[in-house]
Design a protein around this ligand. Structure first.
Ligand SMILES: NC(=O)c1ccc[n+]([C@@H]2O[C@H](COP(=O)([O-])OP(=O)(O)OC[C@H]3O[C@@H](n4cnc5c(N)ncnc54)[C@H](O)[C@@H]3O)[C@@H](O)[C@H]2O)c1
Length: 454
């Protein structure tokens, strides 16, 4: 099938190469010329495991190209998938990129008699596709639904394992407003054999929000439990969660006695909060939508409040552990919002660095691949010393702060490495390492406080 994708970011590009890898003829459109140039030369502009190889393969097979967006180049697509950003402005979802794209599509539809289905993949609040998008396309094109098709196909990929998530999805949600679009979506996804959920577009939109909001709720709930455990003293929240994870409703037991260990358990581990371009934005988006609908959103309010507070727990641990922070050398390990991505949008590390900057400490920062994006995000803090080799600086610093769960930081627990930390403070804000591995250091973390207050 001939597919056009508008918006070639984390979602659009993975969707593009993923669909092309199954034999579809894909053109990815963007309004940024540098992205188009890079992609056509075979180099992705974002980091994602396996993306380099897959992009090279689909270009070689003549199944993928990138183009600067123009109305005329959209007219020969059977499906146009919209994957532009939907950021937050003043706590509300900003749908201006969606409207702008719908206008472009409307102008394209005016130029052709071909039937084209427009499918929104961006995360948008319920009712956006069947009202705002539909109205905009109809107004600009002068056509009515039926002369073009309309669908909503939310994306559930996780940065860091996005290619795998796209190639092996757990479900595909096929929201549609007309039968032809459903037929086209079924054809598009016929190479995939997973649960396919066929609903109207506003249900599809709500599925995406419900999914992300429930995951974010779990994270904030566990973080709150961790803070209670720490305040109580002599409770390690990791021991608590071990007991909770053993509940067969979270972690089912197979007939042979083994556990399934579902991924959901990784959302039930305490930390310094969730970041990224999705969870904070989507919880805020649904919260403001719910207010707009006249519905109280007590849970979503609390999820966000806990999450805003959680980075401060790290600062609290630090200020309690070090009497005079002035001029102290702090090494930040991890700048991206999660491991295996270069994405620093809404990263908790960035928030914590801003807090640290107020404390007049000397900041050293490492990330395996996120440094260029972090430098851009932290332009206002010129004094940060970025290092490519965190092991080298270990001996010179006073405090190590683990903020992202990159695998390579597990090396800290090696005997030789942990010896380098003797007499220093290690704050493991993601519970990556076992406290016992650092007998000579002050190991501090979320949900762990050896003193008893009660
Ligand atoms: N990143 C994720 O992990 C993820 C996962 C699921 C869903 N989503 C949703 O997918 C959507 C896209 O997210 P993303 O992370 O890929 O965003 P992104 O910012 O990485 O990419 C958006 C792209 O759209 C382009 N763009 C904007 N306006 C355009 C226009 N008028 N014409 C052509 N191109 C245009 C931008 O230049 C950019 O390259 C959002 O709604 C997001 O919530 C993201």
């Amino acid at each position: 099938m001939k597919i056009g994708i508008i918006g070639t970011g984390y979602v659009g590009l993975i969707t593009g190469v993923g669909l092309a890898s199954k034999g579809h003829q894909v053109t990815c459109f963007d309004n940024q010329a540098w992205i188009i140039e890079k992609l056509n030369s075979g180099t992705p502009h974002i980091h994602e495991n396996g993306l380099n190889d897959l992009l090279g393969q689909v270009i070689k097979n003549n199944l993928f190209k990138a183009k600067l967006i123009s109305e005329s180049s959209l007219t020969d697509c059977e499906i146009i998938i919209v994957a532009v950003g939907t950021p937050t402005i003043n706590e509300h979802i900003d749908l201006s990129y969606i409207v702008n794209t719908a206008e472009t599509i409307g102008r394209a539809l005016k130029q052709t008699d071909n039937f084209i289905s427009v499918v929104i993949k961006s995360t948008v609040v319920p009712g956006t596709t069947d009202s705002l998008v539909l109205r905009t396309i109809e107004d600009v094109s002068g056509k009515k639904l039926g002369q073009f098709g309309l669908g909503m196909n939310p994306e559930f990929l996780r940065e860091g394992c996005a290619i795998d998530d796209f190639i092996y999805p757990d479900r595909i949600v096929m929201g549609h407003e007309d039968q032809k679009t459903l037929n086209l979506l079924e054809k598009l996804y016929s190479p995939w054999d997973c649960d396919k959920i066929s609903v109207n577009t506003r249900t599809a939109e709500m599925i995406k929000y419900a999914n992300n909001c429930l995951l974010a709720t779990q994270i904030s709930a566990v973080n709150e439990l961790a803070n209670i455990a720490a305040a109580t003293g002599n409770i390690d929240i990791m021991d608590v969660m071990k007991g909770v994870h053993a509940d067969k409703r979270w972690n089912p037991i197979l007939p042979n006695g083994n556990r399934i260990k579902p991924d959901i358990l990784s959302y039930l581990i305490p930390g310094c909060g969730f970041g990224g371009s999705c969870f904070p934005k989507d919880v805020k988006g649904l919260r403001s939508f719910s207010k707009h609908m006249g519905v109280d959103s007590f849970v979503l309010d609390a999820v966000l409040k806990t999450n805003e507070n959680q980075p401060l727990q790290v600062i609290d641990l630090l200020t309690k552990a070090v009497e005079n922070l002035n001029g102290k050398k702090i090494l930040i390990l991890g700048l991206t919002f999660k491991p295996d991505t270069d994405d620093v949008r809404e990263s908790i590390s960035i928030k914590i660095i801003h807090q640290l900057d107020q404390l007049k400490v000397e900041i050293f920062a490492h990330d395996p691949i996120g440094i260029p994006n972090a430098k851009n995000e932290l332009k206002d803090i010129p004094g940060i010393i970025y290092t490519e080799n965190w092991v080298e600086v270990l001996s010179t610093i006073d405090v190590v702060l683990i903020l992202t769960k990159w695998d390579e930081y597990k090396r800290l627990a090696n005997k030789e490495m942990s010896a380098k930390l003797a007499g220093k403070i290690l704050i493991d804000a993601r519970r990556l390492l076992a406290p016992e591995a650092f007998p000579g250091s002050t190991y501090l973390s979320i949900g762990l406080n050896k003193c008893s207050y009660v």
